[in-house]
Write a protein that binds this ligand. Sequence first.
Ligand SMILES: NC(=O)c1ccc[n+]([C@@H]2O[C@H](COP(=O)([O-])OP(=O)(O)OC[C@H]3O[C@@H](n4cnc5c(N)ncnc54)[C@H](OP(=O)(O)O)[C@@H]3O)[C@@H](O)[C@H]2O)c1
Length: 205
Amino acid sequence: MHHRHGHRPVARAGSGDGVLHHCRPQPSCRRRASRVRRIVAVSIIGCDRFRAGYNVAKVEHERAVLDGPVEGRVLRAAQFHEFVAQLLEWGNRGDVIYVPRMRTQLVAARTVAEALVDLALDPDPATAGAAVPEIAGPREEEMVEAARLLASRRGDSTPIEGISDPDDPDRDAFEGGGLLPSPHATLGGPTFEEWLETALLGAAS
Ligand SMILES: NC(=O)c1ccc[n+]([C@@H]2O[C@H](COP(=O)([O-])OP(=O)(O)OC[C@H]3O[C@@H](n4cnc5c(N)ncnc54)[C@H](OP(=O)(O)O)[C@@H]3O)[C@@H](O)[C@H]2O)c1
């Protein structure tokens, strides 16, 4: 699922699962990797609609997986529920928190992980020319509103401001629905609000 060099494998190659992960380029790793039957990668819905930055890198990631010597499958996901907390952290300036404006159909990382497992074990061969599968949450959200909801549930009253960069070539894609799922996407719960209840309960116990 990951392609960061120097990281431990998600699942051990050759352990019988036949599924993917990242390997350091070592001879023992190459031997085990030769027994991998399929690589499943998680990408981002709409990444091919963007012109710069991380989304463009995800298109290259997809290409590397699909064009490699091992059968590759790609699942494009919406932004994870868990990503909202990360944005709050990144945008925290002490007296204000800046969160990028974006339309998103937030989905639980667990829901994405389950879909990845299904894809890894799918007995059917990939259909040539078929649309890339997508998974998203049950409904569209505005990222700034999701961030405010998370902060308020945490009892954090720091003001949250939506920011929009006029020099960003992808501003319209972020704010105009470029990250939203296609009609063929699979939609899976829980909603962000439902997920927050359980996530915060877990954090409190
Ligand atoms: N975040 C989103 O909203 C989102 C949306 C759509 C798609 N995606 C895609 O989903 C993937 C994960 O994104 P993320 O935001 O969750 O990334 P992240 O916050 O960087 O987390 C990655 C996690 O995976 C672990 N990890 C990395 N490489 C690993 C490996 N080879 N074996 C086992 N564990 C490994 C990391 O461990 P350490 O903590 O030890 O580094 C970390 O816990 C990326 O490909 C991303 O493009 C993310």
